[in-house]
Ligand binder design. Structure first.
Ligand code: GLU
Length: 298
C-alpha cells in the first residue's frame, strides 16, 4: 500500500506571523503539493504562558489569506499535554531523566566566565551537571519542599541506550540542506546539546518532547522547517528511537534574509503579514516575492 506523504507546518503563536513564517508555510505546502501529499497544520502552543488565543486566530487567518489551510483538523499542543507527559514518564521509567532544581542564576554561576566552557549549537553553555548526581533522599527532600524543577535528559545514557536499540549510530535522511550544506544520510550528534531540558520548570514539558510525539501522532512523513532547527534533529531522532516512534525524513530550508523582507516592508514598517496586508500588499505579491507564485494551469 502506498502511503500518502504527510507534511506539517507547525508555528508557535507567540507573535504575529511574518515573512519567514510565510516562506516556511508556502515551502511546506508546495512540497506537499509536489509529492501529492497532505498539508497539515499544528499549533505549537504548549507555552501557555506566552501563547495567546487571539494570536492563534490571527495566525490561521493570515495563513488562509495566503491561500493555506490544513487538509486535516488542526492539532493544538495545548490540548494534548497529557501525551507529552506520558512520553516523559516512559523516559523516566527508562532511568533517562533526572530533576534539576538549579536556577538560571546558579547555572550561570557554575559555568562562570570560562570562555572554554563548551556550548550547544545555539550558543548556550552546556549544562554543567549540577544536581545530576544528587542523592535520592536529597532529591526527595527538595521535591517535598515543593521546589520547582526541570526534567533533564541524561544524554550519555540516552545515547548509549538509543544506539543499542538502533544497533549502531543514529542517522537521519536530509532531503534539503543544513546550514553548512549537510545533506543525504547524516549522523546525529546529540551529545553536543548536553543534558537538555525535556520537562520545563514552568510548563512541565518542552518543545523537543512535544514535537516528536506530535509528528508521530499526526503520522508526519516529511518534516519541513527552517535551518534554525536543523541541529535540533539530533535530539528529535534520539527521542524517536527511545520512544519507538517512526522516523520521518527531513527537509530543512534556508531562512529568508532581511533583504527579501525589506523589499516589501518599506511601506508597512514591519514584516508581519498583517502589517503588509494592511499596507495594501497582496497575497499574490508575497507568494511571488518568496518564489511561490501560483502555477498557471497549462
Ligand atoms: N514551532 C516551531 C517554530 O515555530 C517549529 C517547530 C518545527 O517545525 O519542528 O519555530
Amino acid at each position: 500500500m502506498n502511503r500518502v506523504p504527510r507534511f506539517r507546518f507547525a508555528p508557535s503563536p507567540n507573535g504575529e506571523l511574518h515573512l519567514g513564517h510565510a516562506y516556511s508555510a508556502l515551502f511546506t505546502a508546495e512540497a506537499a503539493r509536489e509529492a501529492e501529499g497532505r498539508f497539515i497544520l499544528r499549533v505549537e502552543d504548549i507555552d501557555f504562558l506566552r501563547c495567546r488565543a487571539a494570536l492563534v486566530d490571527r495566525m490561521l487567518e493570515d495563513l488562509a489569506w495566503l491561500g493555506l489551510s490544513s487538509q486535516e483538523p488542526v492539532r493544538y499542543q495545548s490540548k494534548t499535554m497529557g501525551a507529552y507527559r506520558t512520553a516523559l514518564s516512559r523516559l523516566s521509567a527508562l532511568g533517562l531523566l533526572y530533576p534539576c532544581f538549579a536556577t538560571r542564576q546558579e547555572i550561570r554561576e557554575a559555568v562562570g566566565d570560562d570562555p572554554g566552557h563548551p556550548r550547544d549549537p545555539e550558543g548556550m553553555p552546556i549544562y554543567p551537571g549540577l544536581h545530576k548526581h544528587m542523592a535520592p533522599h536529597e532529591r526527595q527532600r527538595l521535591m517535598d519542599e515543593g521546589r520547582p524543577y526541570a526534567l533533564r535528559l541524561d544524554m550519555e545514557r540516552a545515547i548509549a541506550m538509543a544506539e543499542r536499540k538502533a544497533g549502531g549510530p543514529i542517522t537521519f535522511r536530509e532531503y534539503g540542506t543544513g546550514p553548512a550544506g549537510e545533506e543525504g544520510e547524516l549522523p546525529v550528534n546529540p551529545a553536543r546539546w548536553g543534558d537538555v531540558v525535556l520537562g520545563r520548570k514552568d510548563i512541565g514539558v518542552s518543545y523537543h518532547i512535544a514535537v516528536v510525539v506530535d509528528d508521530a501522532a499526526q503520522a508526519i512523513t516529511h518534516v519541513t522547517r527552517g535551518q534554525d532547527l536543523f541541529h535540533a534533529t539530533d535530539i528529535h531522532r534520539l527521542l524517536q528511537v527511545l520512544l519507538d516512534l517512526p522516523e520521518p525524513v527531513y527537509r530543512h530550508h534556508e531562512l529568508i534574509g532581511d533583504e527579501t523582507g525589506r523589499k516589501l516592508s518599506k511601506s508597512a514598517g514591519d514584516r508581519s503579514l498583517r502589517a503588509l496586508r494592511e499596507a495594501g500588499v497582496t497575497a499574490e505579491e508575497i507568494r511571488e516575492l518568496l518564489g511561490f507564485a501560483r502555477q498557471t494551469v497549462r
